[in-house]
Ligand binder design. Sequence first.
Ligand code: AMP
Length: 426
Amino acid sequence: MNILLIGSGGREHALAWAIAASPLTDSLYCAPGNAGIAEVAELVDLAAGDHLGIIAFCREKAIGLVVVGPEAPLVAGIVDALTAAGIKAFGPTAAAARLEGSKGFTKDLCAKAGIPQAGYERFADRSAALHHLAARSVPVVVKADGLAAGKGVTVAMTRGEAETAVEEIFAGRFGAAGAEVVIEDFLEGEEASFFALVDGATALPFGAAQDHKRVGEGDEGPNTGGMGAYSPAPVMSEAVMQRVMAEIIDPTVKAMAAAGRPYRGVLFAGLMITAEGPKLIEYNVRFGDPECQVLMMRLKDDIVTLMLASIDQTLDKMSVRWWPEAALTVVMAARGYPGEVVKGTEIKGLAEAGALEGVEIFHAGTRRDDGCILSNGGRVLNVTALGTTVAEAAARAYAAIDRIDWPEGFCRRDIGWRAIAREKKT
Ligand code: AMP
């Protein structure tokens, strides 16, 4: 079949790479894509918000499946629009994408279903939120209710920080996403990402990963979209994954169906593995970026078959197999990230770096100009590798990075440190 992928980051390059390898794929298109995606798909100049344009393109090219990478078009109802036009689309409807689109909605749903999570209160009013803060202990976590491009969460160590976060949200820092605030208890433990494919009724575990959110080595400095990731995640033992499925994912899928919002697509649970067991921090309604990159490297089965089973409600008949290797990805970002960056600097050496054993280089923010690859964003490349251990995958990824000639870029040199330290101990 002909397939259209929507998005332009490293997550979408990894998805494009996996979809292009499927025996079910005839032609693969990507809107808008990037220079790396252009090597496996034909780029289409359409914005994710242009539902009518996308539907017209699907009709023109006889698209049999649309795969939506990022959350914004899902929350905006692109799957509803495509489905209504008779076009199969992988991902949740707008009603189901509320799981990412509103933190308050998700907290209430999970509280009602008895799903382990941080205790919380919701506020639509600034003074009530400040009054509540005055009476509670720190650390405390303040969240804008809606989509805030990953910037709406403040883990406040002092009451002053928490108050500033509340003031900023109600002052309109995140626009409509800040119409409401969630204030919740601080959870202590190790964070992990868990994925499941869901078809409305059945959830199929789809692997776990850990990422590094901070820009600096030793997990210091400002938060980013993610500076690297690896899979599997040692903290996600078989026993922990079974608890996550039984206590968090399955009850969510049931509750969403019961609420008339059956969830289809990939469900990404951000977890805290606490002393009492796994607790839900948040849901995302799409693959993680850069977690998707390591999952696609490890996936042995055909991603297109699995996506179609999510749409056709046949996941109960499916299983997922993985290669035994570990995968690790290192993000190369433009200097200055997560602050202001200069775009348009030239990157050389990608072919030599990508030719190393076990290495795939996914583009996150690049464009091609006159035969040259130029940076085109904050996060620019995801240098990804397989290895028999996380340590070997890391060594391969960094060997590839050492062959990339891009003076205006940087990366963390310690991606995977926790897992590598665990491997050394055993
Ligand atoms: P979120 O956007 O909800 O994933 O939050 C961003 C980050 O804030 C998470 O990855 C955690 O590191 C942290 N965080 C969010 N909620 C909590 C919580 N209740 N306790 C501790 N850390 C949290």
